[in-house]
Ligand binder design. Structure first.
Ligand code: HAM
Length: 420
């Protein structure tokens, strides 16, 4: 072991588990790539203000959890704690939002950073795959995203997840509700921290996990009763479209989410096998975010699914993904000249698109065959001095154990047809 360890709250992704992470990213992005979403990649850090304005000063993410730094040039930057503000910034900067091209549909995959208290499923460096549909107010887009996330999880084989759905209203009806809720909260017996939260961000109080708080919240005004007609109709349409697609959801009027930019539709995917960090993904509509960061009005909706927690959810359900072996053919050579020739054949196989590996390090037959086994390769190609003299290579089917000579010159063609 070296003197150094991965920093607190982080972990390394190592084989073989890392293959599952790749497969999860692939499975989540697959339905998006298939539905008109284009790939976007943004820097790992941004101007701090993008997040303080976008995600919100009063959120935990901005007030407590951002990794901020001042560059030698004096710029105030933050490691990105989430993807939505960055992706919208990039779309605006790249002028993707011209009329006629809306909605702009983008997907992304990357690392995010939050200085959180470490616990199972909660890390300081984690990974998300996300999607944003920018510049269109259409309930079918909200529905599309919920349906695609459900499809991704089902493709992976997850079953014990639930979809929670809510509407947070818009700039017409939410302030009226906020006021009513605040008045109610002021009459309660709450601790100083919660009283302060009630003043800055009263809706977050609804989300409080403590039972003594939840008890006092009985009888609190509910947003559902304050939604304006437009928000109500919009929400009903989202619900109808998701239902028609056969995706079950639960109405959760206390689902507020931890980012300030949400309007109308909000949703979360929760998994019941994960303990307290049960949200495997979440998202919603953010109709005002573009204007908050200095852009034009661009009503948008999106989600991000946590890759780390999705892997934990798979493990909790005992689902193992069917990940094909990375290597199809493993070359084992005995003797100097045979090594040279077989290494050349392995290169040829790779150039022909056949996944091949080689016994490095001058191991003897026994050790090299162990490597071949471990690689999961379907075939081992064994080349000894005598084979070489005869111009053949011994091809062993690692599943059946059958073995036989193949002319060296035919090796690529033979393997191509046997692997097909
Ligand atoms: P979020 O709910 O903050 O939303 O994060 C989405 C998902 O990322 C969570 O459900 C969780 O699976 C994962 N995640 C978040 N924090 C951590 C952590 N510390 N450790 C492990 N996993 C974590 C957003 O980030 C929004 N940008 C989603 C969105 C996109 N809304 C609209 N568009």
């Amino acid at each position: 072991m070296s003197t150094f360890q991965a920093p607190k709250g982080t972990y390394d992704l190592l084989p073989p588990r890392s293959a599952t992470f790749l497969a999860v990213r692939e499975a989540i992005s697959g339905p998006l790539r298939n539905s008109g979403y284009g790939y976007v990649e943004t820097p790992g850090f941004e101007n701090v203000e993008l997040f303080s304005r976008g995600v919100g000063e009063s959120t935990d993410i901005v007030s407590k959890e951002m990794y901020t730094l001042t560059t030698k040039g004096g710029d105030q930057l933050a490691l990105r704690p989430e993807g939505t503000a960055s992706v919208l910034r990039a779309a605006l900067q790249g002028n993707l939002h011209k009329a006629g091209l809306l909605p702009v549909k983008l997907w992304y995959s990357g690392s995010y950073y939050r200085y959180e208290r470490q616990q199972a499923g909660r890390y300081r460096h984690f990974s998300q795959v996300g999607a944003e549909a920018i510049g269109s107010e259409d309930p079918a887009l909200d529905a599309e995203l919920i349906i695609l996330a459900d499809q991704a999880y089902r493709t992976l084989g997850l079953r014990n997840f639930r979809v929670l759905l809510n509407s947070l209203g818009d700039k017409e009806c939410r302030p009226v509700y906020r006021e009513a809720l605040q008045t109610f909260l002021r009459g309660l017996d709450l601790d100083a921290e919660t009283v302060r939260r009630a003043e800055i961000n009263p809706l977050r109080v609804l989300d409080d996990k403590r039972e003594e708080v939840q008890k006092q919240l009985v009888g609190a005004p509910m947003l559902r009763d304050y939604l304006c007609d437009a928000c109500k109709a919009y929400h009903e349409e989202v619900r109808a479209l998701v239902t028609a697609a056969g995706v079950a959801f639960e109405d959760d009027e206390k689902l507020v989410r931890g980012l300030d930019y949400y309007t109308r539709t909000t949703f979360e995917f929760v998994h019941d096998g994960l303990g307290s960090q049960s949200a495997v993904g979440g998202g919603g509509r953010y109709d005002g975010l573009s204007e908050m960061i200095g852009g034009p009005s661009l009503p948008s909706v999106g989600w991000a699914l946590g890759v780390d927690r999705t892997v934990l959810a798979l493990e909790a359900e005992g689902v193992t993904l069917d990940i094909p072996a990375a290597t199809s053919v493993f070359g084992v050579a005995l003797g100097e000249e045979a090594r040279r020739v077989l290494f050349g054949k392995v290169t040829e196989l790779r150039r022909a698109g056949i996944a091949a590996d080689f016994a490095f390090g001058g191991k003897g037959l026994k050790g090299a065959m162990k490597d071949a086994n471990r690689s999961g390769a379907r075939f081992a190609a064994v080349l000894g001095e005598r084979d070489l003299a005869e111009g053949v290579v011994q091809l062993k089917d690692m599943q059946s154990g059958e073995q036989g000579p193949v002319a060296l010159t035919d090796l690529v063609d033979v393997l191509r047809s046997r692997l097909a």
